[in-house]
Design a protein around this ligand. Structure first.
Ligand code: F0G
Length: 428
């Protein structure tokens, strides 16, 4: 096995710690930690073939879109089992109508097609595996919804107890239902994610809880594999841009790390430019970058895109590193723009939760402002499933749309015929 260790990302510190250290931040300086590897013994010529061959095997570790690439996340000691629900393996789909609307050649990588309905499953398989290696019994997270459902599922699979902190009354029913069904204890508290997260962090060490928020570097190890899948699905042709929504900024950090590792290993020779898109009412990272500042100023987050309603993103330094090393861009979009993008995707038969559509809204805006060239080759990550917030999809339809689409008809054959005839006229 390749040797793996934890390393502080702060320049001038770069402290190294063993993998079984339970710290999620550098004990020396408080900086964020990465999982790093010595890849010198990796046989880079054989991995592409190996990854392809594994698709033919039925073992869950070979079917998983995370563990199929295990040479690039070699932190699991020989003899330890991974905790997997066969996550990943999500489709990369061309969306031509949405692409025309945005002004680019667009494909979407739909992470809603994961076991619990979001990209979080890629990270959760990795960090619950690490929790099991460490012998943890109780896992915990603060969440805007998706992390809670994902952690609850993987903790159940590993036989661990799960405790979820969510903002009071703000979590989607779908996500609450998932967390409860998987046996988690759900503590509703505070105004927003940031408050719940801050309070949880104060207690995790004292009570020996295993924290699975994206501060946990093992989460990002799982999430980085999304770029391996995307590039493999494109026969290793690198797109011009890779776009993601940003909340706590773990996902863009993970993707940046994955890309840099691929290049460092000579598996790709150029990088796509990463684009991270925030909701305007929760965009402290965008504000920092637009101002050319070097510290983030937390905000009170406001947006209907509940997943990214985060005002104090913990991973902003890693996200900045990802943007700088890929000549990336950051954009902020209004809720209106998010819902326009969601409507555009629906015309391609693609649904997603509002936060996910921020990526497509961001590209649309960047093309309009000339920062992204017309016709560029773009992959947008859709992070979560359409059925997370179904009531928004109904609430957002205009009265006119509803009058045409949601019909109440008496159980009378003549009235039914008349209604159907008017529907047929609509499609004429
Ligand atoms: N999209 C969706 C659907 C999400 O659930 C999240 C984060 C993001 C985007 C943002 O990702 O934080 O890595 O920048 N959801 C978290 C949660 C915070 O608790 O489920 P990020």
């Amino acid at each position: 096995m390749t040797s793996a260790f934890l390393q502080c990302i702060e320049k001038g510190c770069e402290g190294r710690y063993p993998l079984d250290s339970k710290e999620h931040q550098c004990p020396g300086c408080g900086g964020l930690l990465d999982v790093q590897y010595d890849f010198s013994r990796l046989d880079r010529h054989s991995v592409f073939k190996l990854w392809q061959q594994r698709k033919m095997n039925s073992a869950i570790i070979d079917q998983s879109g995370v563990w199929r690439f295990r040479e690039l996340l070699p932190f699991v000691p020989a003899g330890s089992e991974v905790v997997s629900l066969s996550e990943g393996r999500t489709p990369l789909v061309e969306v031509n109508r949405t692409g025309d609307w945005a002004g680019v050649r667009l494909s979407i990588k739909h992470q809603g097609n994961n076991p619990t309905g979001s990209f979080k499953d890629l990270g959760m398989t990795a960090c619950i595996t690490q929790a099991a290696i460490l012998g943890s019994r109780v896992t915990a997270c603060a969440s805007t919804g998706n992390t809670s459902a994902s952690m609850a599922a993987y903790a159940a699979r590993a036989g661990m107890k799960a405790v979820v902190f969510v903002p009071f009354g703000k979590i989607s029913t779908a996500k609450l239902a998932q967390a409860l069904e998987f046996g988690a204890v759900v503590i509703e508290m505070g105004e927003n994610f940031d408050q719940a997260f801050r309070m949880l962090r104060e207690l995790t060490d004292e009570l020996g809880l295993y924290l699975v928020n994206s501060l946990n570097p093992f989460r990002l190890e799982g999430q980085k594999t999304i770029v391996f899948e995307i590039l493999e699905q494109r026969d290793w042709r690198v797109p011009d841009y890779l776009v993601l929504p940003g909340g706590n900024l773990g996902n863009v950090s993970a993707v940046g790390k994955g890309l840099l590792e691929l290049r460092q290993l000579g598996l790709i020779d150029k990088l796509p430019r990463l684009v991270v898109v925030q909701a305007e009412g929760a965009s402290p990272f965008y504000t920092m970058i637009a101002a050319g500042a070097d510290e983030i100023i937390p905000v009170q987050p406001r947006t209907e895109a509940s997943a990214i309603r985060i005002g104090n993103p913990v991973n902003w330094k890693k996200a900045l590193r990802a943007l700088r090393s890929t000549e990336g861009l950051c954009e902020a979009v209004t809720d209106e723009q998010i819902f326009e993008a969601k409507a555009a995707l629906a015309k391609d038969g693609v649904g997603c939760e509002p936060a996910s559509a921020a990526s497509v809204a961001g590209i649309h805006k960047l093309v309009r402002s000339g920062k992204v060239a017309d016709g560029a080759d773009v992959v947008a990550v859709l992070t979560g499933h359409q059925l997370k917030d179904p009531e928004i999809s109904i609430k957002r339809r205009s009265e006119r749309e509803l009058a045409q689409q949601r019909l109440h008809v008496e159980a009378d054959i003549h009235k039914l015929r008349a209604a159907l005839e008017s529907v047929m006229l609509q499609s004429a």
